[in-house]
Design a binder for this molecule. Structure first.
Ligand code: NAP
Length: 282
């Protein structure tokens, strides 16, 4: 950690980390405000986390957390924002006078991406999640808090969806939550007919030979549905949407808006969204 250099004040931590484009995105925002390029990245092993946190207290102003540490970081923090606590997921830490406060900006990021691409608000609308891993859980909590009417949670491991549903229902009894397996065509058909947006939140689609996370043909049941894939590039789902005139978006805007929210938490400056988005193309 010593070889990071004194100019680094912000980091993204994870494992793997070499693929992360957060440094170029965040540094574009810092440069816009003439604040240099203070954002770096570092790969950590799980046993390095306590040492990293001790280092961060002394030398950093904030950091982002990506897979697999969004939950593991929590016991090492001094304070945690309510929505991050509910979701057991922290992707942003603000350091003030050596104290670490955790936030989750993934839900905000997807909310803004859906607004930006589809002009759909969260409040009073219905969302179908395919996959309820870490990212989807943070988003589902945020959507429940933001007044979503109905959440459909489809997952390969049904127990995970049911546990999430139970916790969210307890905290937000007004949100209707329906769970099923992602290969249950009957339930999927019902959900697709009623949801405003389908959120593809499995990791399927990252590799070219991945199987499809659900039967895409069912999307034809609702030509008005909008589809967003959390994966950053064009997946087979998005290609299907394109070929069938279904409105869609990839995960890029979510990445930009979750990062923009982190930038605001650290600096209280208005994030230059377009510059941050352009920086990801480099
Ligand atoms: P995660 O916690 O590992 O969850 C993976 C999800 O994929 C689980 O729901 C898992 O189901 C499902 N899955 C994996 N293999 C499967 C298979 N063969 N068949 C059916 N389902 C399968 O991952 P995560 O952190 O939530 O990330 C999910 C995706 O979102 C990743 O592609 C990640 O890159 C992307 N992401 C994007 C952003 C952004 O800003 N755009 C932010 C965060 C994450 P089980 O529960 O049954 O295992």
């Amino acid at each position: 950690m010593e070889n990071l250099g004194p100019l680094i004040k912000y980091l993204v931590i994870g494992n793997p980390i070499s693929h992360s484009k957060s440094p170029q995105m965040q540094n574009a925002a810092f440069l816009y405000y003439n604040l240099g390029e203070p954002y770096g990245k570092i790969k950590l092993e799980p046993e390095d986390l306590p040492e990293f946190v001790a280092f961060a207290r002394k030398h950093l102003m904030g950091f982002n957390i990506t897979v697999p540490y969004k939950e593991l970081i929590i016991p090492l923090l001094d304070e945690i924002d309510e929505s991050a606590r509910q979701a057991s997921s922290v992707n942003t830490v603000l350091i003030t006078n050596g104290k670490l406060k955790g936030f989750s900006t993934d839900g905000y990021g997807l909310e803004q991406a859906i607004k930006n691409n589809f002009k759909i608000d969260i409040v009073n609308n219905s969302f179908l999640f395919i996959g309820v891993g870490g990212a989807a859980q943070a988003v589902a909590w945020h959507f429940a808090k933001s007044g979503a009417k109905k959440l459909f949670l489809a997952n390969r491991t049904i127990e995970k969806a049911e546990l999430l549903a139970k916790k969210i229902r307890h905290a937000y009894p007004n949100v209707e939550i329906i769970t099923f397996k992602n290969d249950d065509k009957n339930q999927l058909s019902i959900a697709i007919k009623s949801a405003n947006t389908l959120i593809q939140a499995t990791s399927l689609g990252l590799k070219p030979n991945d199987i499809n996370p659900f039967d895409f043909e069912l999307l034809k049941l609702n030509p008005q549905i909008t589809v967003i894939d959390l994966i950053y590039h064009q997946t087979s789902l998005l290609a299907f949407a394109e070929n069938n005139n279904i409105t869609y978006a990839c995960g890029k805007d979510m990445l930009v808006y979750q990062g923009a929210r982190a930038f605001f938490i650290w600096t209280k400056l208005s994030p230059p969204i377009n510059l941050m988005s352009q920086a990801l193309e480099i």
